[in-house]
Ligand binder design. Structure first.
Ligand code: GLU
Length: 495
C-alpha cells in the first residue's frame, strides 16, 4: 500500500515536441492528485534536450493546457522553484558533470565511433538478423587512452556501461518486479556529442536532484526501465517509486493510439489534444473526469470533481491494462459536468462560443437562456446551433418545416393565423400567460400539440428543434415573436 502520509514530490515531464496530448494530461492529473493528497508538490519539468524535435509554442501550449485543466503546478519553468531551472536545456552543465561522475566511477565511457561506423555495424547486424546493439568497441578502450582522446578534442558521446553479467530487477508499483538479463540491455548513449543528455541520463539526474518521490510515466518507458534503475543505482542514489501508466488504445480497442487516430477523431468533433478539446467545447471538469478513469478503476459513482478525485485517489487503484479511448464517455462526462455548473458560470462559459459564431450576446438574455438549454448541452458549442436564434434579429425558417405533419400549407397557414390571433390578444408572452390559451386551442381544434406547437416553434425560432417553446417565446418577447409568426404566415400563404 502506498504511504499517503509523506508529502510526495511528483513531476510531469513532457517534451515540447507537438500538441499537448491527453496522455500528458493524464500523467499530470495523477501527479496532481498524489501531490494534493499528500500535501506534496506537483512539478512541471520541460524535457527539451531533443532540439531537432522541439516545436516552437509547444511549451506554452503545455503550460496553458495544464492551467486550463486546473492542474496548477507548484514549480515549473515559468514560475521557478527551489530546484530549478525546470527546462532541461538550461541544465546542460549539471548533466555533463553527472556524466563525468559515471565515467570516473567506471560506470560510463566515451565512445568515439562515428555515425558511419555505427551505420555499418547496424547493417551487418541486420544481415545476421541480430537486434541492434552497440558492439562495445569503445567499451574496451583503456580509460587512459579514452581520456587522452577526449583531451585531444576528439568528437565523442558518453555511453552507460551496462553490467554484462547477471540480471536487473526493477520494481513497478502496478506491475511488480520486472526482471531482465543485463546482457539484453544495450550500452545506451547518455550524453550526445553536442553535449546534451539523452532522456536516460537527464531524467534520472533531475528526478534525483529535484527529490522526486514517485515517477509516473507512460508505459513506453518499460523497455528501458531496467536501464534507468541501473543508472540511478550506478550513482548510488535511492530510487523513486516507479509507476508505468497504462497505454492508450485506439477507440476500437485494437492497437496503440496513433497519430492518424487523432486526425480521424477531429472529423467526428473529438480530439486527443487538450487545446482542441477546449475549442470543441469540452470543459476541464469533463475532460479530467474522463481521463481520470482511463487507467484508474473507480468502483462506484464515477462522476467526480477534482476535489473528490483528490479524496479518492490511490495509486493502488490504478490499472496496468491498456485503456481504449472512448469518446462516448467523454460526451457523457462533459454533459454531466456542464449540468453541474451554476447558471452564471455556465453563461460565462458558453458566451465565447456565441461570440465566436458571430452573435452579439446580450447578458440579460443569456442568463435567461441558460436554464432552458443546460440539459441539452453535451459540449459548450452545442449552444450555438441550439440557441443562437435568440440573438438573431430575424430567423429564416425552411418553408417546408412550417408545414405541420399530416397537413398542407393552407391548413398550416390557418393554424398560424389562429395562433397569431390568440397570442396578439394577450398582454404579454410570458409562458404562464401564453401557454394555457394555446393549449386550450389545441384541445378544441382536435389538432395535436405537435402540429400546432411545431408550426409555432419553426416560425419563432427558425428551427425544428429548440428549447421549450413557451419559455423561448417569452425570452424572444411578444413583439418579435409575433413579427416572426407573421412572416411565417406570409411564407405559408405563398406556398
Ligand atoms: N519527456 C518524456 C516524455 O515526454 C518524459 C517521460 C517521463 O515522464 O519520465 O515521454
Amino acid at each position: 500500500m502506498t504511504d499517503y502520509n509523506n508529502p510526495a514530490r511528483v513531476r510531469v515531464a513532457p517534451s515540447p515536441t507537438g500538441h499537448m496530448h491527453l496522455a500528458t494530461a493524464r500523467t499530470a492529473l495523477y501527479d496532481y492528485l498524489l501531490a494534493k493528497k499528500t500535501g506534496g508538490k506537483f512539478i512541471l519539468r520541460v524535457e527539451d534536450t531533443d532540439i531537432k524535435r522541439t516545436v516552437p509554442g509547444s511549451e506554452q501550449e503545455i503550460m496553458d493546457g495544464l492551467r486550463w485543466l486546473g492542474l496548477d503546478y507548484d514549480e515549473g519553468p515559468d514560475i521557478g522553484g527551489p530546484f530549478g531551472p525546470y527546462r532541461q536545456t538550461e541544465r546542460r552543465d549539471i548533466y555533463q558533470q553527472h556524466a563525468k561522475i559515471l565515467v570516473d566511477k567506471g560506470r560510463a565511457y566515451p565512445c568515439f565511433c562515428t555515425p558511419d561506423r555505427l551505420e555499418k555495424m547496424r547493417q551487418e547486424q541486420q544481415n545476421r538478423k541480430e537486434t541492434y546493439h552497440y558492439d562495445g568497441t569503445c567499451r574496451r578502450l583503456s580509460p587512459d587512452e579514452a581520456a587522452r582522446r577526449v583531451a585531444n578534442g576528439e568528437k565523442h558521446v558518453i555511453r552507460f556501461k551496462m553490467p554484462q553479467e547477471g540480471s536487473t530487477t526493477a520494481h513497478d508499483l502496478l506491475r511488480g518486479d520486472i526482471v531482465i538479463e543485463n546482457k539484453n540491455i544495450d550500452d545506451y548513449v547518455i550524453l550526445k556529442s553536442d553535449g546534451l543528455p539523452t532522456y536516460h541520463l537527464a531524467a534520472m539526474v533531475d528526478d534525483h536532484l529535484m527529490q522526486i518521490t514517485h515517477v509516473l510515466r507512460g508505459s513506453e518507458w518499460l523497455s528501458t526501465f531496467p536501464l534507468h534503475v541501473n543508472v540511478v543505482r550506478a550513482f548510488g542514489w535511492d530510487e523513486p517509486e516507479w509507476v508505468h501508466l497504462s497505454l492508450f488504445l485506439k477507440p476500437s480497442g485494437k492497437g496503440k493510439l496513433s497519430k492518424r487516430d487523432s486526425e480521424i477523431a477531429i472529423k467526428d468533433g473529438y480530439s486527443v489534444f487538450i487545446k482542441d478539446m477546449r475549442d470543441l467545447g469540452f470543459i476541464p471538469e469533463g475532460v479530467l473526469n474522463w481521463i481520470a478513469l482511463m487507467g484508474w478503476g473507480v468502483p462506484e459513482d464515477d462522476v467526480m470533481s477534482l476535489e473528490e478525485m483528490i479524496k479518492r485517489f490511490s495509486i493502488d487503484n490504478l490499472t496496468a491494462s491498456p485503456a481504449a479511448i472512448n469518446f462516448a464517455k467523454l460526451d457523457h462526462f462533459n454533459g454531466t459536468h456542464i449540468r453541474l455548473l451554476p447558471d452564471p458560470e455556465l453563461a460565462a462559459r458558453i458566451k465565447p462560443f456565441f461570440i465566436k459564431a458571430g452573435y452579439s450576446v446580450k447578458d440579460d438574455m443569456l442568463i435567461k437562456i441558460v436554464p432552458l438549454i443546460r440539459e441539452r448541452l453535451i459540449t459548450l458549442d452545442d449552444c450555438v446551433s441550439f440557441a443562437g436564434f435568440f440573438f438573431e434579429d430575424v430567423v429564416e425558417p425552411n418553408p417546408d418545416d412550417l408545414i405541420a405533419k399530416g397537413l398542407d400549407a393552407k391548413q398550416s397557414a390557418a393554424i398560424a393565423r389562429k395562433a397569431y390571433e390568440i397570442l396578439s390578444a394577450l398582454p404579454d408572452l410570458t409562458h404562464q400567460v401564453a401557454e394555457p390559451p394555446m393549449r386550450a386551442y389545441v384541445e378544441q381544434s382536435g389538432l395535436s400539440a405537435n402540429q400546432v406547437f411545431g408550426i409555432l416553434r419553426v416560425a419563432t425560432t427558425g428551427q425544428k428543434v429548440s428549447p421549450p417553446l413557451f419559455e423561448s417565446m417569452e425570452i424572444i418577447g411578444k413583439e418579435k415573436s409575433l413579427e416572426r409568426l407573421k412572416k411565417a404566415i406570409e411564407m405559408l400563404e405563398k406556398m
